[in-house]
Design a protein. Structure first.
Length: 343
């Protein structure tokens, strides 16, 4: 008889295989976000579950033949209009979606392709082609790095010319990844964005959130209306691949946002963040599960995992993202994400 953990892993694995294993994404099985520019958007249901597969391939290279077709389906999904049309339809932007800014999409697409090259020695396609134009992984990475070095915030903005801590964590990751794959020196620019985080975006008033998660337009100064516990824990996990000691320190100081009770742990976010689809209790708890596993915090991870497993068999409302994060957490071991990024 399988344990509860084994049953949950099997259920989540089967669910993701239905989403990605049919040659193309089965969008009927995906959560339909109210806004594709927001944080339950289709791109997140592709990029973050993919991390679990990339971690799995590091641990079990013999799984490549089974896993690669699903990653190929995810890549094709990332290039469908459903994923990137928000740039035009919701934000009214007229430029090509990979031309400038739009780090929320471009940065995550870049890291996906970079991890794919690391796994298989070649990109999923010769060129990244969408909306009548094409680029390459290296050209996209160079464009993002150049924008970063020329920006008043020392980061790349998503939209409205504001730079976000969650998205620029992907920028830091991609700079390290591209340097490792192609011998560039992009990661030297990471220090300037980290200085922006330290000097402008870290809160000091003792509130729940660690960060003001966005800058003012075209400035390094924080937009002080933007803080979120959900943004924090998301950022902590991504930053654990770049600055693991910082991520651990932030997480320790952030424990006021975790409720531990009856053999479980969870993170509660604000009603406002729920209403605007910025985050959810389940999503924040899933990121905390992944971070605890990455940091080697076995007991905390067990408690967060216990909370998530109550819903894995039936599935989460925000699937496949949450089932994908659950599997990522189960596959992680101490330092695995850091090794995926830095080698």
């Amino acid at each position: 008889m399988m344990s509860g953990r084994e049953t949950a892993i099997a259920a989540a694995t089967e669910r993701l295989e239905r989403c990605y294993g049919g040659g193309d994404c089965d969008w009927d099985l995906f959560y339909a976000p109210r806004l594709e520019r927001a944080n339950f958007a289709s791109r997140y249901h592709l990029v973050y579950p993919a991390l679990g597969y990339f971690i799995e391939l590091k641990q079990r290279p013999d799984r490549a033949a089974a896993v690669r077709p699903m990653l190929d389906a995810m890549y094709r999904g990332l290039l469908t209009p459903r994923v990137w049309r928000y740039w035009h339809d919701e934000l009214g932007e007229t430029t090509w979606p990979l031309q400038e800014r739009n780090l929320t999409y471009a940065g995550r697409l870049a890291t996906f392709v970079g991890f794919y090259i690391d796994a298989f020695g070649e990109p999923p396609a010769e060129a990244i082609a969408l909306d009548g134009r094409a680029t390459t992984y290296s050209a996209l990475s160079d464009s993002l790095w150049r924008q970063m070095t020329q920006s008043p915030s020392c980061g790349v903005s998503c939209y409205h010319h504001q730079s976000m801590v969650m998205c620029n964590a992907h920028m830091l990751i991609n700079n390290l990844l591209h340097d490792r794959l192609f011998g560039t020196g992009y990661a030297a620019a990471n220090r300037a964005w980290l200085a922006t985080v330290d000097d402008h975006l870290t809160t000091v008033d003792g509130g729940a959130a660690t960060f003001f998660y966005g800058t003012e337009p075209n400035r390094a100064a924080a937009d002080r209306t933007r803080r979120s516990v959900g943004a924090d824990i998301w950022t902590f996990f991504l930053m654990s691949g770049v600055e693991p000691d910082r991520a651990q320190d932030w997480f320790e100081q952030w424990q006021r946002n975790v409720t531990y009770e009856a053999g479980r742990a969870h993170v509660a976010i604000s009603a406002e963040d729920h209403a605007m689809e910025f985050s959810s209790d389940a999503l924040a708890t899933a990121w905390a599960f992944c971070l605890s596993k990455e940091l080697g915090q076995t007991e905390r991870a067990r408690l967060f995992g216990n909370t998530l497993r109550r819903n894995v068999a039936a599935g989460f409302e925000a699937d496949p993202l949450l089932s994908g994060l659950y599997l990522l957490g189960e596959r992680l071991e101490a330092g695995a994400f850091r090794r995926l990024v830095a080698g």
